[in-house]
Design a protein around this ligand. Structure first.
Ligand code: FAD
Ligand code: PHB
Length: 398
């Protein structure tokens, strides 16, 4: 297709990706008088239809407030001081987050809702968000950097001091770093999570993480009338393999009998499979390009760390950019990658640990199964082990 016209604009920070990372950074910078233009490949409706994270650590919630987007989260989000771990449906023990993480807690508030709040805040301040962009390219990352994209038949150019790659795992930003510079670390797990959303009352006031020989299960929620449930499934399964009835029957087998007996069931309003993957790209900076969130790292959802790892990237970048624009110092920008990666790897370790503790692996040797048993035993008999779980789940400091 031939382009019919082109435009060129200039901004301070060009942001690729309108998920939570990109939106949050745009909002925080705008409040500090730093100009941004954000480009997003999808429509707003599409971004808001993706059902993803449900648990926010207290640091993320704090960032929402700093971005002046925390009002609805504080009103409608639920504060959880703990969660349950069930084992083979036989035991159900509580992890007291509040007690073991020095008074911290998490907020149960859906990613869909917080993304909607961020979009509304951007609209209110008149922030520039451009949706449905195609063919995004990043240019001259070590010199006078600029972005180009196509919208319809027209090609557009944005010149910027810095480019933030917040375009998720499948985005273009990470791929714009030369192969000889980028190191990628990856672990793919041999299963996925089948998740459903249903307009039913959650089975438990706090989340239940269930270890079971048939496979892991998670009982979560979005509100008191909206439940989110997951079961571990083989990678070969598709959504079509699982009728709603089959899903409910299976999850009931994996959780304690008294919870199964009172579980409210109903039609699913969303059903999807997410493969489990751990991934880190290093470094997170190349010239004027800074990667943030899922563009640079992915965790399996078991530890509820994905969005929360994105939050610390945004926190470090936000402060580094303020330091640059307001104090003329590049120190924060120069330290960004090392600083962000130090916390990212801790979230990787924790998510890997939770995943290994709670899932059933195909052809799992008896030895590994016994290690899982003893790890679980140790967790509930050692205050040190419980503190380690609680401080990681509630969120390590930024
Ligand atoms: P994304 O949300 O992926 O946003 C990137 C955006 O960039 C997208 O809108 C995309 O359309 C856009 N984009 C892509 N390519 C381009 C391009 N070329 N040009 C322009 N735009 C582009 N995390 C938690 O902390 N707690 C949880 O409880 C939790 N639960 C989860 C459950 C599931 C089932 C899944 C799948 C994830 C979960 N996560 C959780 C992880 C969390 O959802 C992600 O970490 C989070 O979405 C990352 O945000 P992001 O903005 O970095 O990336
Ligand atoms: C969710 O509600 O989607 C959710 C909650 C906790 C997790 C993962 C996902 O660990």
């Amino acid at each position: 297709m031939t382009a019919t016209s082109s435009t060129s604009v200039k901004t301070q920070v060009g942001i690729v990706g309108g998920g939570p990372s990109g939106l949050m950074l745009a909002q925080l910078l705008h409040l500090q008088g730093i100009e941004t233009i954000l480009i997003e490949r999808q429509s707003r409706d599409y971004v808001l239809s993706r059902i993803r994270a449900g648990v926010l650590e207290h640091g993320f919630a704090g960032l929402m407030r700093e971005a002046r987007c925390g009002e609805r989260m504080d009103k409608e989000g639920e504060i959880h001081h703990g969660f349950f771990i069930s084992d083979q449906g036989m035991t159900k023990r509580r992890v007291d987050l509040h007690k073991y993480s020095d008074g911290n807690s998490v907020v149960v508030y859906g990613q869909t809702e917080l993304t909607r709040d961020l979009y509304e805040a951007r609209d209110k301040l008149g922030g520039t968000l451009i949706h449905n962009v195609e063919d995004v390219k990043l240019h001259d990352l070590k010199g006078a950097s600029f972005l180009t994209y196509r919208k319809g038949d027209d090609v557009h150019r944005i010149d910027c001091d810095f480019i933030i790659g917040a375009d998720g795992f499948h985005g273009v930003s990470r791929k714009s770093i030369p192969k000889e510079v980028l190191r990628e670390y990856e672990k793919i797990y041999p299963f996925g999570w089948l998740g459903i959303l249903s307009r039913t009352k959650p089975v438990s006031p706090e989340l239940i993480y269930a270890r079971h020989d048939r496979g892991f299960a998670l009982c979560s929620m979005r509100s008191q009338v909206l439940s989110r449930y997951y079961i571990q499934v083989p990678l070969t399964d598709t959504e079509e393999c699982w009728s709603d009835e089959a899903f409910w029957e299976e999850i009931k087998r994996r959780i304690p009998a008294e919870d199964a007996a009172r579980m409210e069931t109903g039609p699913s309003i969303e059903k999807s499979i997410a493969p489990l993957r751990s991934f880190v790209a290093e470094p997170m900076r190349y010239g004027n390009l800074f990667l943030a969130g899922d563009a640079a790292h992915i965790v399996p959802p078991t530890g509820a760390r994905g969005l929360n790892s994105a939050a610390s990237d945004i926190f470090y970048l936000y402060h580094a950019l303020i330091e640059h624009y307001k104090k003329g110092s590049r120190k924060g920008l120069d330290n960004y990658s090392a600083r962000a990666l130090a916390r990212v790897w801790k979230a990787q370790r924790f998510s890997w640990w939770m995943t290994m503790l709670l899932h059933t692996f195909p052809d799992m040797p008896g030895y590994d199964r016994r290690l899982q048993d003893i790890e679980m035993d140790y967790l509930f008999s050692s205050e040190a082990a419980m503190r380690s779980l609680a401080e990681n789940y509630a969120g390590l400091p930024f």
